[in-house]
Design a protein around this ligand. Structure first.
Ligand code: ATP
Ligand code: MG
Length: 431
């Protein structure tokens, strides 16, 4: 026998039993985006490597050590997208979508980062992502946050906390950066290795360090929020007012920074205490300079990304995961002519009752074996078609999950009867 090929480290399969929770999350997300007038946008999983280097920033974890990059047979430098924003910005520029200067879109799909795998942290993971372009004021910041709040609420999730902060303008941030270099420079010997390395490249990231000693030092660092430029201050205050009047509870977290370089002004995160170390389930912020940085007409932008694995973990932990999809009916077929007639019956049922889930027994087998399979399928009802039933033009219906007597029903009426037994199964189609 040949050797089994293992999956890659940090890459996971989403099993049929888990898919229900994923579909539920994605269905609710679609509905909520529609309710806010956001359109779905599908962009490639692979992009040119320089796109991510130019947008995410050289001193970020992602660009420094986490990208899956390769040179293909045609010498193109390619990277599997580590996040969605850069690709969407590239796409709105390439497709000339910013000509009327306004756009609200969302997307969803796999992202790739070569991180150390652990619970809630994978090398292929999935994000739901929202982006808006062309809106300068704090109203869109509020809308973005309200949208994420509604999605989380619609899912029924609890134990979530919203953190907000402002990083000011690039100029304010640059001045703040100098103050941070000075502050952390005085504590250099006590910083963790990564933070020491970042001291001159990206000192803001030290505030985000997961190292306990560095965190204690960071707690005393100067706060950008205390020295915001007046316009950024007004922007932030207005956002907070919007959130308050919408009844959204938030916490101002002056040391909240984001891992990527391109953020300006508003940044926010939804965190939970229910998932251990991997506590952020959704994160985002404003990136007013990014479109221009990638060669587009200067256009403000804002977005967020939600980690689907972490949301699904929360749904499961909080007993909110949708039950596994099961067939309604398992069709037991006994005898050769019933085998053919059964296939026709199943197709007729699916034609007329598109919401009815019919699983047909495949591969023959005795009645006993077929009933075992019917039971294992999770179906509520077994419909039995044997030579005898066929000769009389009937089907036997047997309840698999409750003590109700088996009954017979005319072949022509079986759809109607199943509909009645199973509760509402949608309306019959015309054709
Ligand atoms: P973290 O601080 O947890 O590394 P991040 O700041 O790198 O997160 P973002 O780039 O903002 O994360 O991505 C948004 C969201 O995507 C995160 O809040 C998280 O829910 C999810 N996410 C990010 N990286 C991973 C990963 N490797 N595995 C699973 N989910 C992830
Ligand atoms: Mg990260």
């Amino acid at each position: 026998m040949s050797k089994i090929i293992e999956p890659l480290r940090g890459v996971h399969d989403i099993l049929p039993a888990q898919v229900g929770a994923w579909q539920h999350l994605e269905r609710v997300a679609r509905e909520v985006f529609a309710a806010y007038g956001y359109e779905e946008f599908r962009v490639p999983v692979i992009e040119q490597t320089p796109l991510f280097k130019r947008s995410i920033g050289d001193f970020t974890d992602i660009v420094e050590k986490e990208m899956f990059s390769f040179v293909d047979q045609g010498e193109d430098h390619i990277t599997l997208r580590p996040e969605a924003t850069a690709g969407i910005v590239r796409a709105v520029i390439s497709n000339g979508m910013l000509r009327d200067n306004r756009l609200r879109v969302w997307c969803m799909g796999p992202m790739f980062r070569r991180e150390r795998p652990q619970a809630g942290r994978y090398r292929q993971f999935h994000q739901i992502d929202a982006e808006a372009f062309g809106f300068e004021g704090p109203d869109v910041d509020a809308e973005m946050i309200l949208l994420s709040a509604r999605l989380l609420r619609r899912l029924g999730l609890t134990r979530l906390k919203l953190l907000v902060n402002s990083l000011g303008t690039p100029a304010a941030r640059a001045a703040y950066r100098e103050r941070l270099v000075e502050y952390f420079g005085a504590h250099e010997a006590d910083l963790d290795e990564d933070s020491r390395r970042r001291l001159h490249g990206n000192p803001l990231r030290i505030l985000d360090s997961k190292d306990a000693r560095t965190q204690r030092i960071a707690a005393g660092a100067p706060r950008l929020l205390d020295s915001l430029d007046p316009e950024s201050r007004a922007h932030f205050d207005s956002l907070c007012a919007h959130l308050s009047s919408a009844g959204i509870e938030y916490h101002v977290e002056p040391h909240l920074v984001r891992g990527l370089d391109y953020y300006t002004r508003t940044v926010f995160e939804w965190t939970t205490d229910a998932l251990g170390a991997q506590s952020t389930v959704c994160a985002g912020g404003r990136y007013d300079g990014l479109v221009a940085q990638l060669g587009g007409t200067p256009t403000p932008g804002i977005g967020w990304a939600m980690g689907q694995e972490r949301i699904v973990m929360l749904l499961e932990a909080q007993g909110l995961a949708a039950p596994r999809e099961r067939p309604d009916v398992y069709l037991v077929l006994a005898g050769e002519s019933a085998q053919i007639a059964g296939f026709t019956l199943a197709e007729t049922l699916r034609d007329a009752w598109p919401n009815l889930k019919v699983q047909v027994n495949l591969g023959g087998g005795g009645i006993k074996a077929q009933f075992k399979r019917a039971d294992k399928s999770g179906a509520r009802i077994a419909a039995i078609l044997g030579e005898d039933e066929l000769a009389r033009g009937v089907v036997s219906l047997k309840h698999l999950r409750e003590e109700t007597a088996q009954e017979e029903c005319l072949l022509a009426q079986v759809g109607e009867r199943l509909g009645a037994l199973l509760g509402s199964k949608g309306t019959r189609t015309a054709g």
